[in-house]
Ligand binder design. Structure first.
Ligand code: C2E
Ligand code: MG
Ligand code: MG
Length: 725
């Protein structure tokens, strides 16, 4: 291009105004983006629209201001319509930028495209504005310079948009605001530079005249534009401040609402009088525990402890004393449970206790017993001697499969315990509601059976297989109910176990057995007695004490006593069995594994148990005459037992044939209806007299039982001659 170009210069203040407007517009854009993000969808859209209109106007005005800085030595004016036409792309670019900054999920490709569109848009706005100045001859574009200018705009926009997006993700702290302003100023400077370069790429020939000089012109135009740009932007700024305040106020309100709700919930879930969780709080904790990490919940137990007669205590002494009592008893309960266990006051007279990780039913029963004892211990509250008892209902997870079941099952069990007269614990059992009533009646009666003299010990003889001499007797409990008549132990022993009465019954039988051993000894008869021990008794911590006590009280040597424990009970909790067996063995009491063959004994465990005797279950004896398999099994059991140093007793011998086979198979002792049914003590003595059965001397007893007299016994009596009937 060889023509002489018109000399141009630039006025500084429109440039400055343009620079300030662009920084302000970029800054406001950040505020608008935050408002869009903070608002719901519709309000956000309104912010994009309103923001784009205001900021687009700012951008438009800024671009014209940049143009107005250009000074030509001829009068210049701008075509209104063209200037106005550039407003539309300016608004569109601003909308595009706002949307890009708002949509955090936008792909990288879209962002790159967006930056290209925005840069091109900025250049377009400038080009349109330049063309509003109509020259004669027409102004020419230096294409290379124009492209260079576009590149500068692009280079300003690309990192600028990344930096602004990054700054917008940070909280608007004062230091972040300063940093953001710095970035914006830099970006605005470069964009402005690009636009100036673009204007500079216009070449006007030296003799050209501006034919639009009569249109928009004058020094005041720049000022008007600045004001026109700043006014809506100021309004927008105020709007963002207002909206921000409204939002933070809303957030504060929401915060205090949440706090109030949490406090209310907390109050809702605690018992005011004791500070313990209430029913709601307990239920919530229970649900959370069960819905949480299931690997930590193996065995969850819910105890419902209902204080017997508590309501009448309140009626007599008032709520204040009642609350103090509940608080005091809660501290006792806390002393019995572990750290993670949860205690709540679920009702005026009721606690709910959640324990995780109690190993088995026996551990649960033990804790229930201790809880009952703790409640039952007298306490001095407000100068009143108060002794309470409680009915405990127990439900266990995973038997009760969820929180609702745990709660309702513990309730059923508690009601059953309460109907039973209270002061007992009761495990939930399936169908409890139906069978419950009957069992409850039985349990209630059973509790009074001892004091009403309804219990009696029957004795069934055991004979030596080879000479049919009396080897001992088994003590079998009998209950004569005033209305039901004779109740089988098969029926009432499980009820006693469920209601926590087996300890008392077992102790009574033990004492009776020792009493008779002493009575018979004094009468010249030495008859070892076998007593059955239930699985629950195995876990009683004071079992050793009770046994020692009974032996001492009746002055009976320990070797005269045999304890029978069923195979399944012994194998159920091997560790407890081993402990109890070792302990009884140390005293000198002999141990016998009852109902052998009905459980799943592991030979290695059998070897570890210090038992002296093994009783083959009567189901094997029954089939002996008809089944070779049964014979083979009994033969194998006898061999194995002898190899392990155990005597073998066959139970349920009913026929002569069975007795002969058992003798042939080297069974040591026989017990069954063939010889005698279980009978009361006078009948046993009559039976002995009638048979003329020789009774073993202590020395013979010792031989039969492989116990050296005097070894590990608490008491020993002088040897007597073998006594007959
Ligand atoms: P067990 O210890 O296996 O007692 C033997 C059971 O077999 C007794 O039933 C006895 O009457 C019965 N029996 C004995 N010989 C024969 C026979 O030839 N044929 C048949 N068909 N049955 C025979 P009982 O007295 O009804 O006792 C049942 C179970 O109740 C006992 O089985 C024992 O496990 C339990 N039991 C009895 N008394 C007590 C006790 O004081 N404490 C505990 N914990 N359990 C007891
Ligand atoms: Mg038995
Ligand atoms: Mg048996």
């Amino acid at each position: 291009m060889s023509q002489i170009e018109m000399a141009t210069s630039y006025q500084i203040w429109p440039l400055l105004a343009a620079w300030v407007v662009s920084i302000y517009a970029l800054y406001l854009q950040g505020l608008v983006v935050r408002r869009v993000r903070a608002n719901e969808r519709d309000a956000g859209f309104a912010w994009i629209l309103g923001g784009s209109l205001c900021l687009g106007t700012g951008l438009w005005a800024e671009s014209i201001l940049g143009l107005l800085a250009l000074q030509l030595p001829i009068p210049v004016g701008y075509v209104r319509g063209v200037l106005l036409a550039s407003w539309l792309p300016a608004v569109a670019i601003t909308a595009c930028v706002t949307w890009m900054q708002t949509d955090v999920g936008l792909s990288r490709r879209m962002r790159v495209a967006g930056v290209l569109v925005v840069s091109a848009g900025l250049c377009l706005v400038t080009v349109i504005n330049v063309s509003a100045m109509v020259m004669q001859p027409q102004a020419q574009w230096h294409m290379k310079m124009a492209l260079g200018a576009a590149m500068v705009v692009l280079l300003a926009c690309a990192p600028g948009s990344v930096l602004i997006r990054h700054m917008l993700q940070k909280p608007p702290t004062p230091s972040n605001k300063v940093k953001t302003l710095g970035v914006l100023a830099l970006m605005a400077t470069f964009v402005r530079l690009g636009q100036m370069m673009l204007i500079g790429a216009v070449s006007i020939s030296a003799g050209a005249v501006c034919i639009s000089a009569d249109q928009l012109t004058g020094d005041s135009l720049a000022l008007m534009l600045t004001v026109a740009a700043l006014m809506p932007m100021l309004l927008l700024h105020l709007g963002t401040i207002q909206d921000g305040r409204a939002h933070s106020k809303h957030a504060q309100l929401q915060d205090s609402l949440n706090q109030a709700q949490a406090a209310l919930q907390d109050a809702n879930q605690h018992d005011v009088a004791t500070g313990l969780l209430n029913r709601l709080g307990f239920e919530r904790t229970l649900r959370q525990t069960l819905h949480g990490d299931c690997s930590t919940v193996q065995q969850l137990t819910v105890f419902r402890l209902n204080l017997d007669g508590f309501k009448s205590l309140i009626e007599t002494y008032g709520y204040d004393l009642g609350d103090t009592t509940v608080r005091f008893l809660a501290s006792r309960i806390h002393g019995l449970v572990r750290d993670g266990d949860v205690l709540s006051r679920s009702d005026t007279d009721e606690y709910l206790l959640m324990c995780n990780g109690l190993s088995d039913e026996h551990a649960v029963a033990q804790l229930a017993q201790r809880l009952g004892d703790a409640i039952h211990e007298p306490c001095l509250i407000q100068d009143q001697d108060i002794t309470l008892s409680c009915s405990i209902g127990i439900a266990c997870y995973p038997v009760s499969t969820n929180a609702d079941q745990l709660l309702s099952h513990s309730q059923d069990a508690m009601l059953t315990a309460r109907k039973a007269g209270g002061a007992v614990y009761c495990f939930y059992e399936r169908g409890m509601d139906r069978r419950g009533a009957e069992q409850v009646d039985m349990q209630r009666d059973l509790r009074h059976a001892i004091e009403r003299n309804e219990l009696e010990v029957y004795f069934q003889p055991k004979l030596r297989a080879h000479d049919k001499a009396l080897a001992g007797v088994e003590a079998l409990l009998r209950w004569t109910h005033p209305e039901r008549g004779m109740v089988s132990p098969v029926q009432f022993i499980p009820v006693a176990e469920r209601f926590g009465l087996i300890g008392e019954l077992g102790l009574w039988v033990l004492n009776e057995a020792c009493r008779y051993i002493r009575l018979w000894h004094d009468a010249g008869l030495n008859i070892p007695v076998a007593v059955n021990l239930s699985a629950h008794q195995l876990r009683q911590p004071d079992l050793e004490l009770r046994v020692r006590d009974a032996l001492k009280r009746h002055r009976v040597p320990a070797r005269m006593l045999i304890m029978e424990i069923t195979e399944s009970a012994a194998m159920d909790d091997i560790e407890s069995s081993l402990r109890v067996f070792d302990m009884l063995d140390a005293i000198g009491v002999r141990l016998s594994i009852d109902d052998f063959g009905t459980g799943y004994s592991s030979l290695s465990y059998l070897r570890r148990l210090p038992a002296r005797q093994l009783k083959i279950d009567r189901s094997f004896v029954r089939d002996l005459e008809t089944s070779l398999d049964a014979q083979a099994i009994v033969e194998a059991v006898v061999r194995l037992s002898h190899a392990l140093g155990l005597q073998v007793v066959a139970e349920g011998v009913e026929t002569q044939g069975q007795a002969e086979i058992l003798a042939r198979l080297a069974c040591d002792e026989l017990q069954g209806f063939l010889f005698a049914k279980p009978m009361p003590e006078p009948a046993l003595l009559a039976w002995l007299v009638q048979r003329g059965t020789a009774v073993l001397s202590p020395h013979q007893v010792a031989l039969v039982t492989h116990v050296v007299p005097g070894e590990d016994t608490l008491f020993e009596w002088p040897e007597m001659e073998a006594s007959g009937s």
